[in-house]
Design a protein. Structure first.
Length: 160
């Protein structure tokens, strides 16, 4: 039974590569995935973001028109990412911009996960950190424990 996804999230164009391995629950929505990616790459959560498929059918949160939103009575940010990731293992892009700077992340679904793949309960987990994010002033690679503690606090607030 599917419980989540193992994602590899790379900063596009960085040499040497800067990336994170992330385990996320199947019930995650676009806003939550954006929040989590911002946390694991240590960027502020004040900018705008969008998601775009390299192939397949996914629309960016920022790209959907007000007409679409009103006619479908849906908050796109609350749509589950599972609707795209559950059908496609194709990479997609995440664009984040703040104060004129843009960060582009490539998100690839590496694996579909069952309950036994999560360490405790099914919640977001950063399983690996590689490289420092050159787009933040804090040039110190965080510890996995610190990131996962923040993810746990965030996820428990989201679920209550």
């Amino acid at each position: 039974m599917l419980k989540g996804f193992q994602l590899r999230v790379d900063i596009v164009g960085e040499k040497p590569p800067v990336w994170r391995r992330l385990l996320v629950p199947e019930e995650i929505n676009y806003r939550q995935l954006s929040d989590i990616m911002q946390m694991i790459f240590q960027i502020d959560r004040k900018g705008k973001y969008s998601f775009k498929a390299l192939q397949g059918q996914i629309q960016g949160v920022e790209e959907l028109t007000e007409t679409y939103l009103k006619s479908h009575l849906v908050n796109v940010e609350d749509q589950l990412v599972t609707s795209f990731m559950g059908k496609n293992k194709e990479p997609f892009r995440y664009y984040y911009s703040s104060l004129g700077n843009e960060l582009v992340l490539k998100v690839k679904v590496e694996d579909l996960l069952g309950f036994e793949d999560f360490f405790r309960e099914v919640q977001p987990i950063c399983a690996k950190l590689v490289g420092e994010n050159p787009y933040v002033s804090q040039q110190k690679l965080p510890q996995l424990e610190e990131i996962n503690r923040k993810l746990s606090v965030y996820w428990h607030k989201e679920m209550t």
